[in-house]
Design a protein around this ligand. Sequence first.
Ligand SMILES: [Zn+2]
Length: 150
Amino acid sequence: MPSMSAAPVGFLTHEAEYAPELKAGVCYPWLDGQWKPYHVKMILAPTERWQRRDFSASPVRYFVLGGVTGWQPANAELPRGATDLGVRPGDWNHERCELCPEQLEASRSSEGFIDPDGRWICAHCYDNYAVRSDISFAVGDDATPRQQKP
Ligand SMILES: [Zn+2]
C-alpha cells in the first residue's frame, strides 16, 4: 500500500492475462480498498444518468438463505435456495450516499440523486463530484469514505 500520493507500487501476478491492460512502468490511479471501480465509473458517467428524487420508503422482501436473514427490493428475484419471509411495505426507509456518510431518509424526505443502477448519492456529492466529474473523493481529498455502523 502506498504511503504517499506519488509512491510507486508493484502489481505482481503470475497470471498477466487477468489484467492485460496494465503495462510495466505506467502510472495508474490507486483506489483505497473502501472504494470500488463502480464509484469512479458512476461519477465519470454523464450527469444525465442521475435523477433528482426525494427518497421515499419502499417495500422490502425478507428471506432466509443458509440460516441468514436477508432483504432485497420486493420485486427482485429471490436468490436460489432462499425461503421467502414475505414483503413488508415501507421497511426500506433509508439509504446511504455511496460517497459519504450522509443518510437519505424517507421520514425527512431527503433529496438525493439516483442512477439507473439504483445507487444513491446526496445532493452535496452530486454537486461536488458528479457535476464536475471529480473523483478526488477516491484519493481522500475531501469526502470521507462511508463508515460502517457498528
Ligand atoms: Zn454524499
